[in-house]
Design a protein around this ligand. Structure first.
Ligand code: FES
Ligand code: FES
Length: 157
């Protein structure tokens, strides 16, 4: 059962997606119907944060979200986060601190951190790190990730 086309604004673009079943995850809609493969699939159970995207600026786990529940909403993925001044700073912080090894966890970190800094621009690094505990790096590159977070906290507009 798929019903009418799903309407989303994806990375600022009005987007209509046909034939989306009611039980399809947002992660699959993004990766396989819209070809936005930057959003990663890790655990599939809400435990790693690799699939984090923004829905109206709040971070959401795309592996646990049904696409059809978001009809009419705005979704931002790693492919579009640079258009946001905070997102751009966060991306740059990860690049400048070389805070990635395989890079699989990086989009999730960038999206989660962007959401936190937009929500709480005055937050300090320790509380932001606390709130990022739902994001995991299988390469265990946490020292560089912490440096990137600290840089983003200091430099985000
Ligand atoms: S794939 Fe969604 S939280 Fe791990
Ligand atoms: S850099 Fe490989 S999972 Fe984090």
């Amino acid at each position: 059962m798929s019903g009418p086309a799903l309407r989303l604004t994806v990375n600022g673009q009005p987007t209509s997606v046909a034939d989306v079943p009611t039980d399809e995850r947002l992660l699959d809609t993004l990766r396989w119907r819209l070809n936005l493969r930057g959003t990663k699939e890790g655990c599939r159970t809400g435990d790693c944060g690799a699939c984090t995207v923004l829905v109206d600026n709040e971070s959401v786990l795309a592996c646990l979200t049904l696409a059809r529940e978001l009809d009419g909403r705005a979704v931002t993925t790693i492919e579009g986060v640079h258009a946001d001044p905070v997102g751009e700073k966060v991306q740059k912080a990860f690049v400048e601190e070389v805070a990635l090894q395989c890079g699989y966890c990086t989009p999730g970190y960038v999206m989660a951190l962007t959401s936190l800094l937009k929500e709480r621009p005055a937050a300090e690094t320790p509380e932001i790190l606390e709130d990022l505990q739902g994001n995991l790096c299988r390469c265990t590159g946490y020292l560089a990730i912490r440096r990137a977070v600290d840089r983003a906290v200091r430099e985000a507009p």
